[in-house]
Design a protein around this ligand. Structure first.
Ligand SMILES: [Zn+2]
Length: 417
């Protein structure tokens, strides 16, 4: 699990600086020191390693369908480490910092997920390229991930112009989300008929958001801030919601949502919400079970805080009870959230390992979650998974063969004496 990973690389990893959330968000103005698994003597100038490299292209047009790797234009010299072999010495406002932090983010997210998978994740583009190409700063108000590359530009101002103060390559959640797509291509693959059914598309977007959420919970600051603001009551709008934060009030998507299958369209981003919501609810319930088990909250408070929209509960009273429980127990709440995080990370890795892209549906995701929970926790969360998926209306279609009733005479087993 990832708590083990961090202990393992504390001595051997290479230091980088990453902003856990964009630096214009209050409380996140300073970057956090993060270590990647590659030791200083194995990181190459770029930065680069055996899986990826940064290419700081200059005056580059975005790749498109007809014009992709290899890039033949000009680029800045590769970024070098400091005298101690680490990369945490760079000026936060330099291009070199952007290059290094983009590498560190992608490498860190890959490290985290290889740890959850318990093995190396092979790139889906390896028939053509050995390494992932990372292009940090092109003059473009957009960002894209493609076959063997991640290419990032800048955000937009409220009036729609390119905003050079907000490079996407420094946005941890956006990079993690894009790498999440690569993980799904690598581990779940693509449908063999090359048809992109709606739920496959929604599943992809949902996986990207979940990869970003779980990865961002590896920053101490994110965990601290989340708990300080919620006092452990995660069934409220909170930081984790703000995946891909673009400003204080604008984000890409919401993990904590009330969408059900009947309330969303078939557009992949919209359709991703009930699945993400179901899996997020499982995470919060697992966290609350940890709190109950450690005697930090009562089972009754856990139950009341899970209330759905249709139930009347006194939200202020619930929040006050969480505040009382949290006060003085910050460390224990943190330990509980990291346990829930690592359960969900390991669970999703196992689910993606089992899933096939062919005719992928959300019901199959739910079924594999039940299977994975059996092997990871011995089945402790079966009811939780079942209920969270049911609330989101993720179920077999009403006309599914699975509901067919078979009588003995349908099976030719009735004996007429
Ligand atoms: Zn996406």
């Amino acid at each position: 699990m990832s708590r083990k990973l961090d202990a393992a690389i504390a001595e051997t990893g290479t230091r980088f600086l990453i902003f856990p959330q964009p630096r214009f968000i209050q409380f996140f103005e300073q970057p956090e020191v993060v270590k990647v698994t590659i030791p200083p003597n194995q990181i190459l100038p770029g930065p680069a390693d055996d899986r990826m490299y940064v290419l700081d292209a200059v005056n580059k047009r975005p790749y498109n369908r007809f014009n992709q790797r290899p890039y033949l234009g000009t680029f800045n010299p590769p970024v070098l480490p400091g005298a101690d072999g680490h990369f945490d010495h760079l000026d936060l406002n330099s291009r070199e910092f952007s290059a290094a932090t983009m590498y560190a983010t992608v490498r860190r997210v890959l490290d985290i997920w290889e740890d959850y998978f318990g093995r190396r994740i092979e790139w889906h583009f390896r028939m053509d390229f050995e390494k992932l190409e990372l292009i940090p700063l092109i003059n473009w108000d957009n960002a894209q991930s493609g076959y063997g590359f991640l290419e990032f530009g800048y955000g937009r101002t409220p009036t729609g112009e390119i905003d050079l103060s907000r490079p996407y390559c420094q946005n941890f959640d956006v990079l993690a989300h894009e790498l999440g797509h690569s993980l799904i291509f690598a581990e779940v693959g693509i449908p063999s008929n090359n048809n992109n059914n709606n739920e496959y598309g929604g599943f992809h977007e949902s996986a990207g958001d979940l990869v970003a959420m779980i990865s961002s919970l590896h920053f101490n600051k994110v965990v601290e801030r989340l708990l300080e603001n919620t006092q452990g009551n995660l069934f409220t709008p909170n930081e984790l919601n703000r995946i891909g934060e673009l400003s204080e009030s604008r984000q890409i998507r919401e993990l904590f949502n009330y969408e059900r299958m009947s309330t969303v369209s078939r557009e992949p981003h919209d359709l991703s919400l009930p699945l993400t919501g179901a899996i997020f609810d499982v995470f919060v319930e697992v966290f609350q079970k940890e709190l109950v088990q450690a005697d930090l909250i009562s089972p009754e408070l856990a139950r009341r805080s899970l209330h759905s929209l249709d139930e009347e509960e006194d939200d202020d009273a619930i929040q006050a009870e969480f505040a009382a429980a949290y006060s003085g127990k910050e460390q224990q709440f943190q330990a509980a959230i990291l346990k829930a995080r690592d359960y969900l990370g390991a669970l999703l890795a196992d689910v993606w390992n089992r899933l096939s892209a062919d005719n992928l549906t959300y019901v199959k995701v739910g079924l594999e979650m039940l299977n994975s929970d059996l092997s990871i926790s011995g089945g402790q969360h079966q009811t939780t998974i079942r209920e969270c998926f049911a609330w989101r209306e993720i179920r077999f279609p009403a006309d599914s063969l699975i509901f067919q009733i078979r009588r003995l005479d349908d099976c030719g087993l009735v004996s007429y004496v």
